[in-house]
Design a protein around this ligand. Sequence first.
Ligand code: ADP
Length: 203
Amino acid sequence: MAAPTNIHPVFNSLLTRADKEKLLSQHARVIWLTGLSGAGKTTIARQFEIELNKMGYLTQILDGDNVRTGINNNLGFSEDDRFENIRRIAEVSKLFLDCGIICINSFISPTKKIRQMARDIIGNENFIEVYVNASLAVCEKRDTKGLYQKARAGEIRNFTGIGAPFEPPEHPDIELKTDTPTIAESVAQGLEMILPLIQYKKF
Ligand code: ADP
């Protein structure tokens, strides 16, 4: 749909992202957690937020189930709707970025194409791709939401890992293998790599 012609957004009089980052003493990024259902994205996102909050960072979590019951409650799981879901999430993330806030996004985002779209909208320099990597066998055994069982029973079509593929990122910025490490170990491993990217530096 083309943008309406009678809308005249004004951006040049607004404070810049740098002004807001200075106020918050942090650099904004989008931490994008991708991986199979049950791999640990939501668990790690929540722990990242708790730990970063203790260190004085302002964050916002965007999570699949929450977004789908709110801003994206009119979208399903067709390919078009999956793209629109991620497109809106990426645009919302950009608003947080412009406000200097660190966005922690937890979405299966199963294909390279869909993650690339998010990266293009958010900007390569702002995007930290975290591959939360647990094997299908482990995720299916955890079956935290009972979805694998339903997918195996044919009750959910196109479920990622069963009826639809998950394309692992080839060069993620961070890979957290979550089959065997404890949650605390995975969180610590991720934060060690994220902190240098968000620590405030005066230029
Ligand atoms: P997702 O959001 O990817 O669907 P969840 O975070 O909802 O996954 O569920 C992951 C499950 O795996 C939780 O029950 C969590 O306690 C467990 N788990 C075990 N080890 C880890 C780990 N190292 N990192 C994250 N989660 C883990």
